[in-house]
Structure formats: structure tokens, C-alpha cells
Design a protein around this ligand. Structure first.
Ligand code: APR
Ligand code: PHB
Length: 397
């Protein structure tokens, strides 16, 4: 068994783990990253694509925003199509100048991985049998296999950035953790295609046939989604059927403008709301999807991972630079305040825009009235806009 020593062991090379690694590196704090998948697999995953300003600022602070600055598309509004009518929510006007940036999570991941390689930082991809130990003591460790060798990393802290299915949350004793969950009775069928987007801004579609979303990755690459039953299989959806159903959910103008083409990726993702409390267990800190999941309707998943990392990186840097544990002690509380607000927003957007098989006619009417109120009132639109662009990072303690 080879023994390695470091300050922070980061489990998982998604956006959360990579961003934490980069911020620690910039602050001169030694760390090692352990990932079970291959680097190619991690870099190839297709995920969401909307960055809040808080996330853009953090990527800038981490020094990995060169590509983002060139290729990111600033968006000042979104459109909502309901009852055949399109409403524009002017995010920038309603939030005193804020905006969001269209830039794929796949690109964020690639930029962070490149920065890591260029800095020569220590990473173990394709690690197997990753386990964490003794995180309620001041001598936590991580063991894993890499190629034919076994390793133990002795560290001060473990950052559990290993996503929803990871081992970090699962290693916490059951009596020390509480989880909250809601599973939705439908999924999103997503298609990526090299065709120009149907409109300059995203269109969120509420229709009698179910939800749809017109999004994009660039001016030449589009991302579209359809609400589908969980029982649907992706192989049963041909490209033709996908475009046909999307057209059925759009307004005549968008239907006319829609450019279709072969899909370069097609998948079905289930929708889930999930929160873990607390997010710190001794020397183990959970961040990102390891601690919480949101349905994608408000585009909050990646942004929440980034805001966790904003708190965690600052807390660790403060600890190593001054010896203060204040940030570490408040980590869980700081994150969870923001997490629950984003959970509420994502749940609300999902509830409002999707068709639920079980809803009564009365509930359906009430939902239509709520949507009509929100879109017809400046106060209503403002509440949507300020959540969509991202709530500020507020620190307790
Ligand atoms: N050991 C090491 N690595 C692991 C293990 C393990 N036992 N289990 C999982 N991992 C890795 C996964 O392979 C993955 O690369 O942890 C990483 C977790 O990355 P993400 O799932 O991308 O999670 P996170 O970094 O928190 O990013 C959150 O991703 O799914 C989106 O909506 C989500 O946009 C949000 C973002
Ligand atoms: C995406 O482009 O993948 C996307 C955009 C907005 C969302 C969800 C997903 O709300």
C-alpha cells in the first residue's frame, strides 16, 4: 500500500470537485483528486448549460474563464409559452442589471480539466474501490486502487464531490444524516443537434401535451427537451418523432422557424428533488450533487454546486491562512440556506410548467391562473427573474 499525504482529498471530478481543486491550487493548498471514471468519460458527459453570475464570477476567480469569455452567450431574458402565447421575462430589467450566461457544463468541465493538466495537479482517474475512513477524527483517510496498486491518502479534510450515486454520503452513519426527497412522475427526453436555435432566448413551454424547453449551447448547436412518461425508452424515440412532438408543443411562429437535423445525443433523465442535512460530517464536507439534486427546470444544478464550492473553498483557505474554523463551522448552514431556496424555485417551476397525470381539473385551472398572474404582473415576473438569475451568496457567522 502506497501512502500519500495531502491537505484535502477531493472525491469526484465533476464541476464541484474540479472547481474546488482549482481554487485550492490558486491559494497554494495541496490536494489530490480521485475519480472513478476515465477522464474521457468525464469530459464527454452532456449536462445543462446556464450559468448564474455567481458561477461565472467563481470561474473567473479560479482563472478558468478564458473560453467562457469568448464563447459564453449572455442572455438578458427568457420566454415562456403558455396557452399558445409567448411572454418575455426581461431578466436584466427586472433584476437591476443581472443576466445569465449560456455555456455548457461540458465546456466548464473541459476548461477545468485542461487547467488541471496544465498546472500538473495530482489526479487519479479510473480509481476503483474508493473508500473514506475516520472522518470523525482528525486523521481521516481515503483508500483506493489505481492500476495494480493500492493507495492510502492521509489528509486533513475530505471533500465529497462524488455526485448523487457517490460513496461519501453513503459512508455517513444513518443516525447522523437526514435526507429529503421528491421524485417526479415523468422525465426529460433531451436532444442535442447541430442546428441553429429556434430563437435568440430560451423558450420554456407549458402546453396541454406537456412541458418542452428550447435551449442552446451556441449559435449553431441547440438543446431541446420534452416531458415524457418515465416508462418511455429513448430507443423508441426516433429523431423524426422527437421533432414532430416538439413542433406539436410549440406556437405557430416557432414551429415555422424550427430548424431540425440529426441528433448528436439523445437521452432521458428522471427528475428529482433531494436534500441532505447537514452537509458536514466531522472532517467530511459534501458539495454539489452528492448533497442535493434539483429538477433541471430552473437550471440550478451546476450553479448550486458552484455556490457550495464558493463557501467551501473560502472556508478552507481561511482555515489554512488564519487558523480560523469559522467558515468551516458555518459551511453547512450557509449552503443549505441557498440550497433550499433553489430547491423551492426548481420545484415551483417544475410544478407550474409540467403536466401531472394526477392533477384534478381544479388544480389545473389554479395552475393556469398562477402562471397567468406571474406573467401578467411585474411583481410576479420579478420573483421569477431574481430566482432565475440566482440569489446572492449570503454568509452566516
Ligand atoms: N469515487 C470517485 N469518484 C466518484 C465516485 C467514487 N466512488 N462516485 C462517483 N464519482 C464521480 C462521478 O464519476 C462524477 O464524475 O464523482 C463525479 C460527480 O460529478 P457530478 O455528478 O457532475 O456532480 P457535481 O460535481 O456535484 O456537479 C453537479 O452536475 O449533474 C449535474 O445537475 C448537476 O449540474 C450539476 C452538476
Ligand atoms: C439546458 O440547456 O440544458 C438547460 C437550460 C435550461 C434549463 C435546463 C436545461 O432550465
Amino acid at each position: 500500500m502506497e501512502i500519500l499525504k495531502t491537505k484535502v482529498a477531493i472525491i469526484g471530478s465533476g464541476p464541484a470537485g474540479l472547481l474546488l481543486g482549482q481554487l485550492l491550487y490558486k491559494a497554494g493548498i495541496d490536494h489530490i483528486l480521485i475519480e472513478q471514471r476515465s477522464a474521457e468519460y468525464v469530459a464527454g458527459r452532456i449536462r445543462a448549460g446556464i450559468l448564474e453570475q455567481v458561477s461565472v464570477d467563481l470561474l473567473e476567480e479560479a482563472g478558468v474563464d478564458a473560453e467562457l469569455k469568448v464563447k459564453g452567450l449572455p442572455h438578458n431574458g427568457i420566454e415562456i409559452l403558455t396557452n399558445g402565447e409567448k411572454y418575455r421575462v426581461d431578466l436584466t430589467k427586472l433584476t437591476g442589471g443581472k443576466q445569465v450566461t449560456v455555456y455548457g457544463q461540458t465546456e466548464v468541465t473541459k476548461d477545468l480539466m485542461l487547467a488541471r493538466t496544465q498546472a500538473g495537479l495530482s489526479s487519479f482517474y479510473e480509481a476503483h474501490n474508493v473508500q473514506i475512513h475516520d472522518f470523525y477524527t482528525d486523521q481521516p483517510s481515503v483508500t483506493f486502487g489505481y492500476k495494480d496498486q493500492k493507495f492510502i491518502i492521509q489528509c486533513d479534510f475530505i471533500a465529497g464531490c462524488d455526485g448523487y450515486h457517490g460513496i461519501c454520503r453513503a459512508s455517513v452513519p444513518k443516525d447522523k444524516i437526514k435526507t429529503f426527497e421528491k421524485v417526479y412522475p415523468f422525465g426529460w427526453l433531451g436532444v442535442l443537434a447541430d442546428v441553429p436555435p429556434v430563437a435568440d432566448e430560451l423558450i420554456y413551454v407549458q402546453s396541454e401535451r406537456g412541458f418542452a424547453l428550447c435551449s442552446m449551447r451556441s449559435n449553431t448547436r441547440s438543446r431541446y427537451y420534452l416531458q415524457v412518461p418515465l416508462t418511455d425508452k429513448v430507443e423508441n424515440w426516433s429523431d423524426e418523432q422527437f421533432w414532430e412532438e416538439l413542433k406539436n408543443r410549440l406556437d405557430p411562429e416557432s414551429r415555422e422557424k424550427l430548424v431540425i437535423g440529426p441528433s448528436i445525443e439523445k437521452s432521458i433523465a428522471p427528475l428529482r428533488s433531494f436534500v441532505t442535512e447537514p452537509m458536514r460530517f466531522g472532517q467530511l464536507f459534501l458539495a454539489g450533487d452528492a448533497a442535493h439534486i434539483v429538477p433541471p427546470t430552473g437550471a440550478k444544478g451546476l450553479n448550486l454546486a458552484a455556490s457550495d464550492i464558493a463557501f467551501l473553498s473560502k472556508a478552507l483557505i481561511e482555515y489554512y491562512q488564519t487558523g480560523s474554523e469559522n467558515g468551516l463551522e458555518h459551511y453547512s448552514e450557509n449552503c443549505l440556506k441557498r440550497v433550499w431556496k433553489a430547491e423551492r424555485f426548481s420545484w415551483w417551476m417544475t410544478h407550474l410548467l409540467h403536466r401531472f397525470e394526477t392533477e384534478t381539473e381544479f388544480e389545473h385551472k389554479i395552475k393556469q391562473a398562477e402562471l397567468s398572474y406571474i406573467l401578467g404582473s411585474e411583481a410576479g415576473q420579478t420573483t421569477l427573474a431574481e430566482n432565475y438569475v440566482g440569489l446572492p451568496l449570503q454568509k452566516a457567522g
